[in-house]
Design a protein around this ligand. Structure first.
Ligand SMILES: C[S@@+](CC[C@H](N)C(=O)[O-])C[C@H]1O[C@@H](n2cnc3c(N)ncnc32)[C@H](O)[C@@H]1O
Length: 253
C-alpha cells in the first residue's frame, strides 16, 4: 500500500514503519496469547527466567502475555515504531517496560534469559523474496538478538522468512522441539522452501568455548597472536588456542 493511501486511511503506525529504514515486518498485527504452544514450551524450558525481551512487541499484547507465562520475570518490550510503543505504554503492567528498539539501548539491558522475536524478521511478499528481504538482513538481526541472550538462555524466533539454523552454526544452539504450526520458511536463496526444525533455541553454555558471534573475534585475535609469535617466538611460548578461548570466555562471561 502506498504511503498516501496509508495516510488517507489514517494508518499512522504503518506510515511511520514504512518510512523507517530499519523496519523489517511493517504491519503491527498482534494479539494476546497469539502463540500459546510456543509460549508454554518456552516457559517450560526456562521456568526461572527473570529477564525477557519481546523484540518487535508492537502494541504490547505479547508483553502482557509473557508476563502471565513468566510470573517472576521483568519484561522489556522493544519496537522500532513509536506509534505502537505509545499504544503499548497505555497498557501498563508492573513488570513491563517499553523501550524504543535501538541497539545502543538494548545493549545496556543485555543478558536476557529469553528473547522473543515473533513475526518481525519477515516479509509478507510471496515472490522475489530475496529482493524484498535478503537473507543477510534477517541474519544480521538474528545474530544481534543472539548476542542479547545469556548462555543457557532462549532465543525464540517464529514466523520469520528464513531459518535461524541457517544463520547460526549448530554447535552454538540446541533446538527445543515445539508442537506448534511453523510457517513455511526459505533457504538463504529466498526461493527454496524449507521447514524450520523449531523456533526455540537454547544458547549453549560456553562449553564449546564461545558463542558464534564472538568466535570470529577470537579467531582474529588468535591470528594476531600467531603473527606476534612468528616475529617474537619466545614471548608467549605456552599459549595455545584452547587457553586463548578460555581466557576470552572468562573475559566475556
Ligand atoms: C506483526 S508485528 C508482531 C507483533 C508481535 N511480536 C506478535 O507476533 O504478535 C511486527 C512488529 O515488529 C516491529 N518491527 C519491525 N522491524 C523492527 C525492528 N527492526 N526492530 C524492532 N521492531 C521492529 C514492527 O514495528 C511491528 O510492531
Amino acid at each position: 500500500m502506498g504511503i498516501i493511501r496509508k495516510i488517507r486511511r489514517g494508518n499512522f503506525a504503518k506510515v511511520v514503519a514504512s518510512l523507517h529504514p530499519g523496519c523489517h515486518q511493517v504491519p503491527s498485527k498482534t494479539a494476546l496469547n497469539r502463540y500459546p504452544e510456543i509460549f508454554a514450551a518456552a516457559a517450560a524450558a526456562a521456568p526461572y527466567a527473570r529477564r525477557i525481551l519481546s523484540f518487535g512487541c508492537s502494541t504490547g499484547e505479547e508483553c502482557v502475555t509473557l508476563a502471565d507465562y513468566f510470573p517472576a520475570a521483568q519484561i522489556v518490550g522493544a519496537d522500532i515504531n513509536p506509534v505502537n510503543l505509545l499504544t503499548a505504554m497505555r497498557r501498563g503492567g508492573d513488570r513491563i517496560r517499553y523501550v524504543y528498539a535501538s541497539d545502543r539501548l538494548l545493549n545496556r539491558f543485555g543478558g536476557f534469559d529469553a528473547v522473543f522475536c515473533m513475526a518481525v524478521l519477515r516479509t509478507p511478499k510471496q515472490d522475489h523474496i530475496a529482493e524484498h528481504y535478503p537473507f543477510e538482513r534477517f541474519a544480521e538481526r538474528a545474530h544481534y538478538l543472539e548476542s542479547l541472550v545469556r548462555p543457557g538462555g532462549l532465543l525464540v524466533i517464529h514466523n520469520a522468512t528464513y531459518r535461524f539454523s541457517d544463520a547460526a552454526p549448530s554447535f552454538a544452539y540446541e533446538a527445543i522441539p515445539v508442537a506448534a504450526n511453523h510457517n513455511n520458511v526459505y533457504l538463504p536463496d529466498g526461493m527454496t522452501e524449507a521447514k524450520p526444525e523449531s523456533c526455540i533455541f537454547r544458547k549453549r553454555l560456553a562449553a564449546a568455548g564461545v558463542g558464534f558471534v564472538r568466535e570470529q573475534a577470537i579467531l582474529q585475535e588468535w591470528e594476531k597472536i600467531k603473527i606476534r609469535k612468528k616475529h617474537c617466538p619466545t614471548k608467549h611460548p605456552q599459549q595455545t588456542a584452547g587457553e586463548l578461548t578460555s581466557r576470552e570466555y572468562q573475559r566475556d562471561s
